[in-house]
Design a binder for this molecule. Structure first.
Ligand code: SF4
Ligand code: SF4
Length: 201
C-alpha cells in the first residue's frame, strides 16, 4: 500500500544531501525521473522515504537517520529489494535498433546501428531501463554476484552527470542543425520567389 508522505522531514537537510544518500541507479522505480527528483520530493515532504527499492532497507534507514524521522518498510508498490543484477544483451537476438542505448541513463551501452549492441557490465547500474526499452526482449538482467556499493553509487553519479551534459550538447547541436536547415530553405525560397517575380515583370 502506498505510504502517504509524512508531515515532512524534521531535520533540515538539503535535497542535494538526500540525493547523495540514494543509490544513483537512476532507475525511476520510485516514480520520479531519477534520484535527484526523488530527493527533492523527499526534502520538500512530497514523498516518503520508502520508495527506493535499490536502496532497500539500508537506504531507508540512512534517510531516516539523516532526516530525523522513523524508518518505514519499503513500499512494495515501488518494487522489491533484489540481488544486484546487471544487463546483458543476447547477441543472437539483438537487431541493433539502439533503443537500449538511448534509454541508458549512464550511457554504458554502445554498438553498431542495425547490427549489434553490448553493455559495459562493470559500469551498469542495473536500472533495467534498457530491458524495458528493447522491442525484441534481447536484454537479460543477470545476477552480478556482488552488492551495489557506495563507491559504485559515486561512480554512477559521475557517469550520469557526464551523460546529461553530453545529451544536452547533442540536443543543442541538433537544434542548431535544424535552424541552419530552416534558414537555408528560407534563403532558397526567397531566391526562387525573386526569380519568379523577375520573370513575371
Ligand atoms: S535509485 Fe532509488 S531514488 Fe534513484 S531513481 Fe531508482 S528508486 Fe528512485
Ligand atoms: S545498461 Fe541497462 S541496466 Fe545497465 S545502466 Fe544502462 S540502461 Fe541501466
Amino acid at each position: 500500500m502506498t505510504q502517504a508522505p509524512s508531515s515532512g522531514p524534521s531535520a533540515r537537510i538539503s535535497a542535494r544531501d538526500i540525493e547523495r544518500l540514494l543509490p544513483q541507479t537512476q532507475c525511476r522505480q520510485c516514480g520520479f525521473d531519477g534520484c535527484a527528483q526523488y530527493a527533492a520530493a523527499v526534502a520538500e515532504g512530497r514523498a516518503p522515504i520508502n520508495r527506493c527499492a535499490p536502496g532497500g532497507r539500508r537506504g531507508i534507514e540512512r534517510l531516516s537517520r539523516a532526516l530525523g524521522i522513523p524508518a518505514l518498510p519499503l513500499d512494495p508498490e515501488y518494487g522489491r529489494e533484489l540481488p544486484f543484477c546487471t544487463a546483458r544483451i543476447r547477441a543472437q537476438d539483438c537487431i541493433g535498433c539502439a533503443l537500449c542505448a538511448a534509454a541508458c541513463p549512464v550511457e554504458v551501452v554502445s554498438g553498431v546501428p542495425r547490427h549489434l549492441y553490448a553493455v559495459i557490465e562493470e559500469q551498469c547500474t542495473g536500472c533495467g531501463l534498457c530491458a524495458c526499452a528493447c522491442p525484441v526482449n534481447a536484454v537479460d538482467m543477470v545476477e552480478a554476484g556482488r552488492s551495489w556499493s557506495d563507491e559504485d553509487a559515486r561512480c554512477a553519479r559521475e557517469r550520469y552527470q557526464l551523460a546529461l551534459r553530453r545529451r544536452e550538447r547533442r540536443r543543442a547541436e541538433r537544434l542548431r542543425a535544424v535552424r541552419h536547415d530552416a534558414a537555408t530553405r528560407a534563403d532558397i525560397l526567397a531566391a526562387v520567389l525573386r526569380k519568379a517575380q523577375g520573370a513575371g515583370s
